[in-house]
Design a protein around this ligand. Structure first.
Ligand SMILES: Cc1ncc(COP(=O)(O)O)c(C=O)c1O
Length: 374
């Protein structure tokens, strides 16, 4: 039997069409985009075409999109440049953010350049919007709000429009980590006022090591990487040409097929919830699964002697899932998100995360195999 991949929040398989587009570029278009001869111009056109695709998807201008090495770099850039260049002296964030945000906040805090305050999180992991308003109204200091659109471990969704409106009303900058929602939920930046947002191609069936940051035109920040004039002086270094082409192709396809993909993933996720509830009465779901991202389901099982080996046993049965985020040097140390919500719990958590390739038959197999592992 083929392996069953249920860890699509960690990464997604490369779409064959995207691979084909990238291969063409690798084979034929070796020019340096900064060269002025024909090879260089061809490469430059490919990059600018990709930028236009991203800008069209987000309904923003092409000058607001900058390619990066991924979501981590985009998030570092937003937070650190806002403090360095925009005079931000206070950042409001949450303890449930991705480590690339939390560790950037630690680094900023350590320099003393800005204070960091954490908004209250309710018992199922939603940001308390009344507390956010209270914090925003409490001080006149230049403030940046950094909150993720969907949590990568429990799937909870932030009411993006509401938070964007609140930040606009109170004069705060707003950075949103949209790495898990890019290509999965529509975002219209004409309507939703955001200062910075981030995307990463490998979360939407594109290649790894390429992403982008949106920087609203009103925010004048200085280069993040010093070097040549690439990315309009913002990020020196010869561009990852085939990565950029792959990112744009993958995003365009994700948006075109969004509804069909969503329908399939919702169906498989609902079916897993149903089957787990019917088969394992002690099962719980972390976060707020009724209002969560259709890609993620964080499941918790009662404490059991075999529980610590659950992920390993699943892996041996041909099923890939995770215990939390996959970004801690390959070591599954458990989820800081679930740990924050349930600090004393001894329950065993598995994060299942879906793609449109998953099927109900795969769910049946997973639910059956779990029986011998709990
Ligand atoms: C919410 C979130 N933000 C940021 C990142 C980092 O993105 P990248 O892997 O492109 O650095 C991830 C990846 O796991 C993520 O899930």
């Amino acid at each position: 039997m083929e392996r069953i991949f249920l860890d699509n929040a960690a990464t997604t398989p490369l779409d064959p069409e995207v691979l084909e587009a990238m291969t063409q570029v690798m084979r034929n278009d070796f020019g340096n985009p900064s060269s002025i001869h024909a090879e260089g111009r061809k490469a430059r056109n490919l990059i600018e075409g990709a930028r236009k695709t991203v800008a069209n998807v987000l309904n923003c201008s092409i000058g607001e999109i900058f390619f990066t090495s991924g979501g981590t770099e985009a998030n570092n850039m937003a937070l650190k440049n806002a403090v360095r260049d925009l005079g931000v002296r206070r950042i409001i964030s949450s303890p449930l953010e991705h480590h690339c945000v939390l560790h950037s906040l630690d680094a900023i805090r350590a320099t003393g350049a800005a204070r960091v305050e954490m908004v209250r999180i309710d018992e199922v992991g939603h940001v308390d919007l009344a507390d956010l308003r209270r914090l925003l109204e409490q001080s006149d200091e230049k403030t940046l709000v950094s909150l993720m659109h969907a949590n990568n471990e429990i799937g909870n969704l932030l009411p993006l429009q509401e938070v964007a409106d609140l930040c606009t009303e109170t004069g705060a900058y707003f950075h949103c980590d949209t790495v898990q929602t890019m290509g999965y939920y529509p975002i219209d930046l004409e309507r939703t006022r955001v200062s910075f947002l981030s995307g990463s191609a490998h979360k939407f069936y594109g290649p790894k090591g390429i992403g982008f940051i949106y920087i609203n035109n009103d925010n004048h920040i200085k280069p993040y990487l010093d070097g040549g004039a690439q990315e309009r002086n913002m990020r020196g270094g010869t561009e990852n040409l085939y990565g950029i082409v792959g990112l744009a192709r993958a995003l365009d396809k994700a948006v075109r097929e969004r509804e069909e993909r969503q329908r399939r993933m919702e169906d498989v996720r609902e079916y897993l919830i149903e089957r787990l509830r019917a088969t394992y009465p002690g099962v719980n779901f972390n976060g707020d699964p009724e209002h969560g991202h259709y890609k993620v389901l964080s499941v918790s099982f009662p404490e059991s002697p075999k529980g610590d080996l659950l992920l390993m046993n699943l892996d041996m049965a041909g099923i890939s899932a995770s215990g939390g985020s996959a970004c801690s040097s390959g070591i599954d140390v458990g989820s800081h998100v679930v740990g924050h919500l349930h600090p004393d719990s001894k329950r065993h958590t598995i994060r299942f995360s879906f793609s449109h390739h998953n099927t109900r038959e795969q769910v049946d197999y997973v639910v059956e195999r779990l029986g011998g592992m709990l």
